[in-house]
Design a protein around this ligand. Structure first.
Ligand code: DC
Length: 211
């Protein structure tokens, strides 16, 4: 029997990662945070002193991406965020990363989270979730995370950065963030992680059967 592929899309800080990781461990499936691919490509460009917005440089970096690049410790933070958003808007970068994502799920199935998993990478996924939350709530969560890491910032700045990144993800012509027509929408604005997980699990099980 084909192993299930679970696609989880949505904007930044909506709770996708926590949810996806937990679904993967509960269902015994491999997990891929696809945002890390774009972050690692952005980092590779920065390493060489290049411009993440330059299509040829970014495509080279995407084609030479190695799995160990995803383990780098410098894939988070404002510089990595900006570089990732730039490379993610380049069609040839997205094309170069498509096979990596499909190969990852081939054979054993997978839970993948990102922006275009249910719309572009796996349009025939076994179950699709669109996880979202209000901008204010997502900014508050991100600000709490940054504060826990002793990053000195204020909530208004975090919200403005997030608003700009949302616009970049939704307005780009290459695979913009869109809700798949057959996705289950989970708005976590007023839900804790446990409630979101239980609700997602009920939906996923209804699609893939009781694994
Ligand atoms: O989810 P994240 O914040 O780690 O994503 C980093 C950037 O990559 C963000 O600008 C959205 C983009 N991205 C994408 O375009 N497609 C994906 N499947 C995952 C992330």
């Amino acid at each position: 029997m084909m192993k299930p592929i679970i696609a989880i899309d949505g904007p930044a800080a909506a709770g996708k990662g926590t949810l996806a990781r937990r679904l993967a461990s509960t269902l015994g499936l491999p997990y891929l945070d696809t945002g890390l691919l774009y972050r690692a490509v952005g980092r590779r460009v920065l390493d060489t002193g290049g411009d993440p917005a330059d299509p040829a440089t970014a495509e080279d970096a995407a084609r030479s991406l190695r799995p160990e690049d995803l383990d780098r410790s410098d894939l988070r933070g404002p510089q990595a965020d900006a570089a990732a958003a730039s490379v993610a808007s380049i069609p040839n970068v997205r094309a170069a990363l498509l096979a990596f994502q499909r190969d990852f799920a081939a054979g054993n199935g997978a839970v993948l989270d990102g922006r275009d998993i249910g719309t572009v990478i796996f349009p025939d996924a076994s179950a699709k979730l669109f996880v979202t939350a209000s901008l204010t709530e997502r900014a508050r969560r991100r600000w709490l995370e940054l504060r826990a890491k002793d990053v000195d910032t204020d909530i208004a700045t975090v919200e403005e950065d997030m608003r700009q990144r949302d616009a970049k993800d939704a307005d780009r012509s290459a695979a913009p963030l869109r809700e798949a027509h057959d996705a289950y929408r989970l708005d976590t604005s007023e839900m804790d992680a446990e409630t979101a997980f239980q609700s997602a699990l009920v939906f996923v099980r209804s699609r893939i059967g009781g694994v």
